[in-house]
Design a protein around this ligand. Structure first.
Ligand SMILES: NC(=O)C1=CN([C@@H]2O[C@H](COP(=O)(O)OP(=O)(O)OC[C@H]3O[C@@H](n4cnc5c(N)ncnc54)[C@H](OP(=O)(O)O)[C@@H]3O)[C@@H](O)[C@H]2O)C=CC1
Ligand SMILES: O=C(CO)COP(=O)(O)O
Length: 346
C-alpha cells in the first residue's frame, strides 16, 4: 500500500484520489479552501468540481499543507500550471525526507517556457526529490470519477519511478496505465493539445462542421509534433495516448473546459467573460501564450497556434483567423513527416 498526498482538490485531483482510494492506498487530499475540505470530510462530496459523485470514505481531506504531506512518500501535484510554483514553494519548508513527485497538470509556463517537470526540479532541493513523474493522457475527470474505462501514461527519465506510479494508479477495472520514457513528448503533447481544443471549440461555435474539426486535429497534431520534435521529443509519442489520444478526447468532448471556452468564443463571447463564468481552469489560454513564444524561440511554424493567439490576445474575430488559415500558401501535406524523420535520423 502506498502513502500518497494529492495536492489540489479540483476536478482532476479529486478524481485521481478516487482511483488511489479504490486501489487501497492511504490518500490525503489537500485543498486551500477550508469549507471545501470540510465538505470532503463530512459529506464525502466535492460538489463544485465533481457534482453527484460520492467520494470513498478513505479519502481524507486536509487544509493544512504541513499536515497533508507529513510522513508521505508520494506527492501527486494536481493544481493548475499557474499555481505549480506557488504550491511547490509553500511545500519546501515542510519536507523532511525524499519524496517522489508525480504531476498531472497540462501546461507550459509563459515567459520562462518551462515544462512542469522542469519547474519541479528548479523548486525542490535535490536532497528532497526522489524523482519526477508525469501522468498524462486522454482522461476527463468526470468519466474517471464514474469509473469509466480510461488509459493514461506515466513518464519519467527513470523508468523505475514511472513503473512505481504505474503500479500505484493502475486499476484493472477502469484505469489502465502505460509507461513511456519520453518526458518531453508526454508533457508537450498534454499541454499543447489544449490550444487545438480551444480551436475545435471555436470552430464548432462558428457553426463549422466535422470536416473543419478533423482538419484542426490533424494539422494541430502536425504542428505539435513539429515543435515537440525540435525540443527533443520522440515523434512517435505524438501518435500515442498523450498525443493524438488526448487531442481527440479534448477536441471532441463536452467535458473539455478548453473546448467549451473555445465554443463560447466562437459564438462571440469575450475571453474575460468566458473565463469568469467557467469556474474551472482553462489551461489552453496561458499555454497559447507560452507556445507562441516557444515557436518564435525555436523558429517553428505553428499557424493554428498563431491564429488562436490572435483571437485570444489581439482581438482577431474568429472568422478572420480561420480565413487566414485557409488562405495560407499551398503546401505538401507530409512535409512535417519528412522533417521529423530527417531529424530523428540525425
Ligand atoms: N479535469 C480534468 O479532466 C483533467 C485535468 N488535468 C489537468 O490537471 C490540472 C488541474 O486541473 P483541474 O483539477 O481540472 O482544475 P480545476 O479548475 O477543476 O481545479 C483546480 C484546483 O486547484 C486549486 N487551486 C488553484 N490555485 C491554487 C493555489 N494557488 N493553491 C492551491 N490550490 C489552488 C483550485 O482551488 P479553488 O477551488 O480555490 O479555485 C481547485 O481546487 C490542470 O493542469 C489540468 O489541465 C489533466 C487531466 C484531466
Ligand atoms: O486534459 C483533459 C482530458 O484529458 C481535460 O481537458 P480540459 O482541461 O479541456 O477539460
Amino acid at each position: 500500500m502506498g502513502r500518497c498526498t494529492v495536492l489540489g482538490a479540483g476536478s482532476w485531483g479529486t478524481a485521481l484520489a478516487i482511483v488511489l482510494a479504490d486501489n487501497g492506498h492511504e490518500v490525503r487530499l489537500w485543498g486551500h479552501r477550508a469549507d471545501q475540505i470540510e465538505e470532503i470530510n463530512e459529506k464525502h462530496t466535492n460538489d463544485k468540481y465533481l457534482p453527484g459523485i460520492q467520494l470513498p470514505d478513505a479519502i481524507c481531506g486536509y487544509y493544512q499543507l504541513d499536515k497533508a504531506i507529513e510522513g508521505m512518500d508520494i506527492i501527486i501535484l494536481a493544481v493548475p500550471t499557474g499555481a505549480i510554483r506557488e504550491v511547490l514553494q509553500k511545500m519546501v519548508p515542510f519536507l523532511t525526507k525524499r519524496v517522489l513527485i508525480c504531476h498531472v497538470s497540462k501546461g507550459i509556463e509563459p515567459n520562462t517556457l518551462k515544462r512542469i517537470s522542469e519547474m519541479i526540479i528548479e523548486e525542490i532541493p535535490e536532497q528532497f526529490l526522489e524523482d519526477v513523474v508525469v501522468l498524462s493522457g486522454p482522461s476527463h475527470a468526470e468519466e474517471v470519477s464514474k469509473r469509466l474505462p480510461t488509459t493514461v501514461t506515466a513518464s519519467s527519465t527513470n523508468i523505475l519511478a514511472a513503473e512505481k506510479i504505474q503500479e500505484l494508479f493502475n486499476n484493472q477495472n477502469y484505469f489502465r496505465v502505460y509507461t513511456n520514457p519520453d518526458v518531453i513528448g508526454v508533457e508537450l503533447g498534454g499541454a499543447l493539445k489544449n490550444i487545438i481544443a480551444l480551436g475545435a471549440g471555436i470552430s464548432d461555435g462558428l457553426g463549422y462542421g466535422d470536416n473543419a474539426k478533423a482538419a484542426l486535429i490533424t494539422r494541430g497534431l502536425a504542428e505539435i509534433a513539429r515543435l515537440g520534435t525540435k525540443m527533443g521529443a520522440n515523434p512517435l509519442t505524438f501518435a500515442g495516448l498523450t498525443g493524438i489520444g488526448d487531442l481527440v478526447v479534448t477536441c471532441t468532448s463536452v467535458h473539455s473546459r478548453n473546448w467549451r471556452a473555445g465554443n463560447l468564443l466562437g459564438k462571440g463571447h469575450k475571453l474575460d467573460e468566458v473565463l469568469k463564468n467557467m469556474g474551472m481552469v482553462v489551461e489552453g489560454v496561458r499555454t497559447t501564450k507560452a507556445a507562441y513564444q516557444l515557436a518564435k524561440r525555436e523558429n517553428i511554424e505553428m499557424p493554428i497556434t498563431n491564429a488562436i493567439y490572435n483571437i485570444l490576445f489581439n482581438n482577431f474575430p474568429p472568422k478572420h483567423a480561420v480565413e487566414g488559415l485557409m488562405g495560407r500558401n499551398k503546401r505538401q501535406e507530409l512535409e512535417d513527416l519528412y522533417l521529423i524523420s530527417k531529424q530523428s535520423n540525425g
